[in-house]
Design a protein around this ligand. Structure first.
Ligand SMILES: Nc1ncnc2c1ncn2[C@@H]1O[C@H](COP(=O)(O)OP(=O)(O)O)[C@@H](O)[C@H]1O
Ligand SMILES: N[C@@H](CCOP(=O)(O)O)C(=O)O
Length: 304
């Protein structure tokens, strides 16, 4: 088989929900997956994976990157070409850091590029949201920054959420997985009026806290009644890690995406202490973790 065309795409990890923004807000983080698609003549699919947890990624047609690639071609009513996909993984799988979003966005962006860019970024975004089922990780993975997504009469309104430069995300990534589908199964299908009001108020406060960096607003805002109370039981040590992060000076701590990664927000003066405290708290529960501060990625998916 000979090479027709090649494209390499880099896609950032994400942290979705940010506490009260379940299924509607998320931010891109400076941690990346890179994928090279080489279209070939003839038929076939070759997938090669390297990097963190490479052995866990499917190498047949069920691979999510390939699924997104094939979906794109079905959408434009063309047959997907034979393709070789080379994946370099930096984002750990099923940890609440948007690995599935990187795969969906990476597959769609690469296919669009190889097909001569017939779709706009907005169209690619709509396809990505439809595939993932919620917008809060695929949107920042595609366009970067912190983003809020809401439905409108005609589709989606996406807005940028200003993130004060003094607010630093710290992610504590444990060595166990929690699939998003499992973490969604524990959620109720209906909520009380009190819980709906609680989240509306706290999401509003979070937006203002993120924009201003005002400590009191951030401390109060990072609370939620829609998903975290139900998911905490799936994350051993949650309360201990939260107490340690707050004692060390974090504004607060939430579940990153569907978990099990935990996200603390802090400032530069406390980043080191918060990082060490979260790792230590989990260690005391017998859980090994990687804890690190990450910048907000402002670029989203990039064709290299
Ligand atoms: N780079 C990738 N290539 C192919 N599939 C991937 C990739 N990253 C993630 N996936 C798929 O997504 C699944 C994890 O998705 P999910 O449970 O939503 O967790 P996450 O919070 O990491 O998005 C993996 O088990 C795998 O099937
Ligand atoms: N709103 C979703 C976000 C899932 O994000 P992921 O990073 O875990 O894929 C949810 O909370 O289920």
């Amino acid at each position: 088989m000979s090479v027709i065309s090649t494209v390499t795409v880099r896609v950032p990890a994400t942290t979705a929900n940010l506490g009260p923004g379940f299924d509607c807000i998320g931010a891109a983080l400076g941690l990346y997956n890179e994928v090279k698609f080489t279209s070939l003549d003839g038929e076939g699919l070759i997938i090669q994976v390297a990097g963190v947890e490479a052995e866990k990624v499917q190498t047949d047609e069920t691979n999510l990157l390939y699924q997104a690639f094939a979906k794109f071609y079905r959408y434009i009513e063309k047959t997907p070409p034979a393709v070789k996909i080379e994946i370099e993984l930096g984002v750990p799988l099923a940890r609440g850091l948007g690995s599935s979003a990187t795969a969906i966005v990476g597959g769609l962006v690469a296919a669009n590029q190889l097909a001569g860019s017939p779709l706009s970024t907005l169209q690619v975004m709509e396809l990505a949201i439809a595939m993932e089922g919620h917008p809060d990780n695929v949107v920042p993975a595609l366009i970067g920054g912190c983003r809020l997504a809401a439905t409108s009469a005609t589709g989606w309104e996406i807005c940028d959420v200003p993130w004060h430069e003094h607010i630093i995300p710290v992610v504590a990534i444990p060595d166990f997985e929690l699939s998003t589908s499992q973490a969604r199964q524990v959620l109720p299908t209906e909520y009380s009026r009190a819980d709906a009001i609680f989240n509306a108020a706290h999401l509003g406060l979070l937006l203002r806290g993120l924009a201003t960096g005002k400590a009191e607003w951030l401390q109060a805002a990072l609370q939620d009644k829609l998903h975290q109370p139900y998911r905490q039981a799936l994350i051993p040590g949650y309360a201990a890690v939260e107490a340690a992060a707050v004692d060390a000076g974090a504004y607060g701590m939430v579940i990153s995406g569907a978990g099990p990664t935990l996200l603390a927000l802090t400032d530069a003066d406390h980043t080191q202490a918060v990082t060490a405290a979260m790792a230590n708290a989990w260690k005391q529960q017998g859980i090994i973790s990687i804890v690190r501060s990450l910048p907000i990625d402002m670029q989203g998916a990039v064709v290299l």
